[in-house]
Design a protein around this ligand. Structure first.
Ligand SMILES: NC(=O)c1ccc[n+]([C@@H]2O[C@H](COP(=O)([O-])OP(=O)(O)OC[C@H]3O[C@@H](n4cnc5c(N)ncnc54)[C@H](OP(=O)(O)O)[C@@H]3O)[C@@H](O)[C@H]2O)c1
Length: 236
C-alpha cells in the first residue's frame, strides 16, 4: 500500500522525526508532503530528500498566515497531480510562554490561537476534498495533555492549554460533521524538542514510533478520540 501524508511544521522536532520515520518504513511506501515556513532553511529535510527523492516534497506553509495556508493548496496540488491525501497531520504549534490566566498577553494569546487552532481548522477546510480522494481519510490534530480538563494540570501555560483544548473541540466537531473521516487528537507525550526542553521524558524517536503505530492503526470507530502516543487515551 502507498499513502500520502501532509505534515505541518515538518522541518524540526516531532514533525521532522515523523517525516523521517514514515519515509524509513520498510512495510509501507509513504509519500510525505513536508510543509514548513522556510523551506530554504530546512536543511534536515533537504538532506532527507537527497536520500529518498520523490517520496518527499517540501512545500512552504506558514500556519500563522491565512495567505500562506491558502497558497499552499496550489503547491500541494502540483505535487499530487490529482492524487488524494491519506493523512493530514497538523503538527505545527507554538507555546511562547508559561503564562497564567491573569497575566497573559492579549496579543500573544491571539497568536497562539491563530497558529494552534485556527490554522488546523482552515487547513482541514481547504484540504477536505483531498482527503475525500484518499484511502485513509485521517486528520490528526496534535494536542497536549495540557488540553485535558480532566487531568487537572493547574494554571500553567494558559494560552497554549486553552488553544489545545479548543483544538480538541474542533476535532470533536470534525469527527461529528464527517463520519466518513477519522479525526483524532493526539498527545505526543513530553518530548525532548525545542518546545519540550532538555528535561523532557521522551526522545523524539520513541514518541514518534508510538505515534506511527497509533495513527496507522486508526479505524473510523476511533474518530473523535483523545489518544496518547502510546495508544492509551486521556480524559477530556
Ligand atoms: N514537545 C513536547 O513535549 C510536546 C508535548 C505536547 C504537545 N506537543 C505538540 O507537538 C507539536 C510539535 O511540537 P515540537 O515539540 O516538535 O515543537 P518544536 O520543536 O518547537 O517544533 C515546532 C514546529 O512547529 C513549527 N511551527 C511553529 N510555528 C509555525 C508556523 N507559524 N508555521 C509553520 N510552522 C510552524 C516550527 O517551525 P519553525 O522551525 O519554522 O519554527 C517547528 O517545525 C506541537 O503542536 C506541540 O504543541 C509537543
Amino acid at each position: 500500500m502507498s499513502y500520502v501524508w501532509l505534515i505541518t511544521g515538518a522541518n524540526r522536532g516531532i514533525g521532522f522525526e515523523l517525516t523521517r520515520q514514515l519515509l524509513a518504513s520498510s512495510t509501507v511506501s509513504n509519500t510525505v508532503i513536508a510543509a514548513c515556513r522556510t523551506p530554504d532553511k530546512a536543511t534536515d529535510l533537504h538532506a532527507l530528500k537527497s536520500k529518498v527523492g520523490d517520496r518527499l516534497h517540501i512545500v512552504p506553509l506558514d500556519v500563522s498566515s491565512e495567505i500562506s495556508i491558502r497558497a499552499s493548496v496550489g503547491a500541494v496540488d502540483a505535487v499530487l497531480a490529482g492524487r488524494g491525501i491519506d493523512y493530514i497531520y497538523n503538527n505545527a504549534g507554538i507555546n511562547p510562554s508559561d503564562d497564567s490566566p491573569f497575566d497573559l498577553s492579549y496579543t500573544e494569546f491571539l497568536e497562539v490561537l491563530q497558529t494552534n487552532v485556527a490554522a488546523p481548522a482552515l487547513i482541514a477546510q481547504l484540504y477536505h476534498t483531498h482527503l475525500e480522494r484518499g484511502f485513509r481519510k485521517v486528520i490528526v490534530n496534535m494536542t497536549s495533555g495540557l488540553a485535558s480538563i480532566g487531568l487537572d494540570c493547574g494554571p500553567k501555560c494558559t494560552s497554549y492549554s486553552v488553544s489545545k483544548t479548543a483544538l480538541n473541540m474542533l476535532t470533536y466537531k470534525q469527527a461529528k460533521a464527517r463520519p466518513d473521516f477519522t479525526a483524532i487528537v493526539l498527545d505526543p507525550g513530553w518530548v525532548k524538542t525545542a518546545m519540550g526542553g532538555a528535561g523532557a521524558i521522551l526522545e523524539p524517536e520513541e514518541s514518534v514510533s508510538g505515534i506511527v503505530k497509533v495513527v496507522t492503526a486508526l479505524t473510523p470507530a476511533d474518530s473523535g478520540k483523545f489518544f496518547r502516543y502510546n495508544g492509551t487515551q486521556h480524559p477530556w
